[in-house]
Design a protein around this ligand. Structure first.
Ligand code: PLP
Length: 445
């Protein structure tokens, strides 16, 4: 077997960078821990990639996968065909999203697929109701919506776009509701919520309300650095969208099914989107799966269109893969039976408090923030000016290396360290994560 980089190109690194990490190999997982090839068991502080929500090696999910393989390993769901698992899972998701008024599910193979489906369905809705001039998307700076051309076009961080431009036309980006860094230097959450909602309204008016198809955002920005909006943000955004008829797409690929401390991110603010995108936590990553969930308004608009414009000319060979659906059914039972959203809220708050106590005084620690089991440490060169640390300095990687030596995997991302452990963690793992990071900062900072 070759080493990393000999035959494998890893995502999200420069394959020619001699300093890029290439030595870590994970060989086993169990519960909240994974084992590296050196034989050390490490706390999985990243939950795989924000997705192993029910923890590793869950017999309930593995048994469901094995049983499904024996029953039916694969069949398509194109052209009106189905199988029991895809029907059971779509019923289950619609039941779980009842408070949000969701009506229909379209399956895919992951988060980027789920976003692509949402963007296309939003455009199709407007065409189906006779407003094909509504094609533009508004999204947030720093937002992350995957890597397909649609998702990358609405991504708010240029690093995901520049190497692949030109992107989709008609995508505009507005400011993120981030208290720590925003263009207004506003530190009042209530006021920031209003400023951001006003900016959305101004952008809709500038573009022309009858040209805007949808506003898409993550309920809590994940990859952009775990940015938790002010309490009034989502209700105000919903109101602006309603005023101009703009569809609201909640990209819940990370926040869906408990990670934010609520079953769904938008539920935490009492808001319902028109379309929600799911992946990751839907089946804890045991098999790739994505889902896009559509409310009655959008579903009716398309279903009632009697012309070809209502035809769903979108879908994937692996839409509703029976094994992925079986894994999701077993996983979502665990999420509900063990009330993992509640555990995420409790453990996340405990970890944030403990990290704040342990790390706040280190010179490079700017902001510690998060909600549920999505947390970030923002690294700065100057606490007063909040100037971010040089992402090329390798500082975050060095902290992560010490943490790993101390038995914990964390995720260094340029100017931040991100934490997103399984939703099954307890005090023991929280304390190990806090200790490993404290050790990292005391040695490096
Ligand atoms: N949307 C959000 C909010 C994400 O965080 C991600 C991945 O991290 C995606 C979409 C893309 O998902 P995937 O990597 O499964 O394609």
């Amino acid at each position: 077997m070759s080493e990393n980089k000999q035959t494998l190109w890893n995502p999200m690194v420069h394959p020619g960078d001699p300093n890029a990490r290439n030595h870590i190999q994970i060989v086993k997982g169990d519960g909240n821990y994974v084992q590296n090839r050196e034989g050390n068991w490490l706390v999985d502080g990243v939950g795989g990639l924000w997705n192993v929500n029910a923890g590793h090696n869950r017999s309930e999910i593995k048994d469901a996968i094995k049983a499904q393989l024996d029953e039916l390993e694969y069949f398509q769901i194109f052209d009106g065909i189905s199988h029991p698992r895809v029907l059971e899972l779509s019923d289950m998701i619609i039941e779980m999203t009842k408070p949000e008024g969701m009506a229909k599910v379209m399956f895919s193979s992951g988060g980027s697929d789920a976003v692509e489906t949402a963007l296309k369905v939003a455009r199709q809705y407007w065409k189906a109701i006779g407003q094909s001039q509504r094609y533009k998307y508004i999204s947030l700076k720093q937002g992350y919506h995957g890597v397909h051309f649609g998702g990358a076009s609405v991504n708010g961080n240029t690093v995901f776009r520049t190497n692949y431009e030109p992107m989709l036309p008609g995508c505009v980006h507005i400011d993120t509701p981030w208290l720590y860094r925003n263009p207004w230097n506003c530190e009042n959450p209530e006021e920031l919520g209003h400023l951001c909602a006003k900016q959305l309204e101004a952008e809709i008016l500038f573009q022309g309300p009858d040209t805007v198809a949808a506003f898409i955002a993550e309920p809590i920005q994940g990859a952009g650095g775990v940015i938790v909006p002010p309490a009034n943000y989502w209700p105000l955004i919903r109101a602006v969208c309603d005023k101009y008829g703009v569809l609201l797409i909640a990209d819940e690929v990370v926040t869906g099914f408990g990670r934010s401390g609520n079953m769904f991110g938008v539920r935490g603010w009492g808001v319902a989107a028109d379309i929600q995108c799911f992946a990751k936590g839907i089946n804890s990553g045991y098999i790739p799966l994505g889902a896009t969930v559509i409310n009655e308004r959008v579903a009716q608009g398309i279903e009632n269109c009697q012309s070809f414009t209502g035809a769903l000319m979108h879908g994937y060979t692996y839409s509703g893969h029976p094994v992925a659906c079986a894994a999701a059914i077993a996983n979502l039972k665990i999420v509900q039976d063990e009330d993992l959203p509640a555990n995420a809220a409790v453990q996340g708050q405990d970890m944030l408090t403990k990290l704040t106590n342990a790390l706040s005084d280190f010179p490079s620690v700017g902001e510690l923030r998060g909600m549920g089991l999505m947390l970030a440490i923002d690294l700065v060169t100057d606490k007063t000016t909040r100037e971010p640390i040089d992402p090329m300095s390798g500082f975050a990687n060095k902290i992560a290396a010490v943490a790993m030596r101390e038995g914990v995997i964390v995720r260094p991302v340029g100017t931040k360290i991100i934490l997103s452990p399984p939703l099954t963690i307890g005090t023991e793992e929280v304390d190990k994560i806090v200790y490993a990071l404290q050790k990292g900062f005391s040695e490096i900072d």
